[in-house]
Write a protein that binds this ligand. Structure first.
Ligand SMILES: NC(=O)c1ccc[n+]([C@@H]2O[C@H](COP(=O)([O-])OP(=O)(O)OC[C@H]3O[C@@H](n4cnc5c(N)ncnc54)[C@H](OP(=O)(O)O)[C@@H]3O)[C@@H](O)[C@H]2O)c1
Length: 365
């Protein structure tokens, strides 16, 4: 079906729209980052992606870029154009008003406010609509949005670096540089493409991390920092708290556990959110992720230690796992994950990052 409908040029333009959309990952929450390319006579007349904060949408940005040239153009768009009146008019309307004659779309939007209505609206305007080009790739790019809509929680990407003999830090837990500069840069790029970065308080107590994006020129793409901290032990002197005024820092504790610490963290500029406590007193991470979704977060990268990693894996809440293995042993230290990953994690990619080796696992749906 796809081969009959879509030409080689269609594929090129959709790939371009996908690349555009990816640029906005981590910036557009609560909305998905949508890329759109307007093409007339094989020439690109307009390009756009969802703007930071989620508005304007990719289609309207591309239409504004094209101006009058949008008339009679084909729009390549990575997600079904919206059909509902929110803070802005629907993109389906905007495409029709601009005079677009055909829309090629990668994938439908499961958002109940859209869910096929965008396509119906476009067809009602007499616009030709072809759906399904690069559907798989687009579904991967929109995983955060899809997870928030379908599961009520963000897409969770778990990253962990370990020595060749399986330790994440030296004994005693002191901050330990495990991976090399190439893997390090990859982590910072992943941070830039996440809406939030999450650790357990154990990582803050031992490493005092900044959890920001430090790639040159991308410093402003640092995501929200989230600390899972049942008793609000996050030190006021930590770098996270001291920089909470510059980079939003959300502390997720348990209800009623530490009212004084709660007040002090709030006064220091952190946002404190409280969720249900598990029987052992720890944070109910499923509830914590639901809360993040309610706040609009669609993509979470978790860089916590082995305790949080194990909780997320055991609760089936880690969607993608990145394990970076250094060629060097530590001899002894804090063990990474006890036992192998559950069978539901399928290895999807294996690559080198300088001297380190990165393996990516995807959870079967
Ligand atoms: N190599 C790497 O990739 C990497 C990354 C990060 C950390 N590390 C290393 O890991 C060590 C820290 O390990 P860690 O396991 O203590 O760090 P962690 O997993 O980031 O933090 C664990 C803490 O989070 C809190 N927490 C609250 N609710 C939880 C829940 N439901 N599940 C899990 N944790 C919950 C707990 O403290 P409360 O009960 O007080 O809330 C718990 O002790 C350090 O040595 C650090 O250097 C290595």
């Amino acid at each position: 079906m796809a081969d009959r409908v879509f030409s080689a040029a269609d594929r090129q333009f959709m790939d371009h729209a996908l690349r555009l959309g990816r640029r906005g990952l981590g910036l557009t929450w609560p909305n998905p980052s949508v890329g759109c390319v307007l093409v007339k006579d094989d020439v690109i007349v307009g390009r756009g992606l969802t703007q930071p904060g989620g508005r304007p949408h990719g289609e309207t940005t591309a239409i504004a870029h094209a101006g009058g040239s949008a008339k009679g153009a084909t729009a390549y768009v990575t997600l079904e154009p919206c059909s509902h009146y929110g803070k802005t008019a629907p993109c389906s309307d905007a495409l029709a008003r601009a005079g677009v004659s055909r829309v090629v779309c990668a994938v439908g939007d499961p958002d109940p406010r859209v869910r096929g209505r965008g396509f119906t609206m476009l067809r009602a305007y007499g616009i030709a609509v072809d759906v399904g080009l690069r559907e798989h790739e687009a579904a991967l790019d929109h995983r955060g949005h899809f997870s928030r809509i379908r599961l009520g929680r963000p897409f969770v990407q778990l990253k962990m670096a370990m020595s060749s003999d399986g330790f994440v830090a030296v004994k005693g837990g002191a901050r330990t540089q495990i991976s090399g500069p190439r893997a390090h840069d990859q982590v910072h790029l992943m941070r830039a493409m996440a809406d939030a970065i999450m650790v357990g308080v154990g990582t803050v107590l031992s490493d005092d991390p900044m959890l920001n994006c430090r790639l040159p020129g991308m410093e402003r793409r640092s995501p929200i920092r989230v600390v899972i901290d049942s008793r609000l032990r996050l030190p006021l002197a930590s770098r996270l708290v001291r920089t909470a005024g510059d980079i939003p820092t959300w502390v997720l504790g348990t209800v009623g556990a530490a009212p004084e610490a709660e007040r002090a963290l709030r006064a220091a500029g952190c946002e404190v959110m409280l969720v249900r406590r598990m029987e052992d007193g720890s944070v109910d991470v499923a509830a914590a992720l639901r809360l993040l979704a309610v706040r609009g977060i669609t993509r979470v990268m978790t860089e916590g230690g082995p305790t949080l990693a194990r909780t997320l894996i055991d609760a089936d809440l880690a969607d993608e796992i990145w394990l970076t293995r250094s060629p060097d042993p530590l001899g002894d230290g804090v063990p990474a994950l006890a036992g192998p990953l559950p069978a539901r994690y399928r290895p999807v990619e294996s690559r080198h990052a300088g001297r380190d080796h990165v393996e990516i696992f995807l959870r079967e749906p």
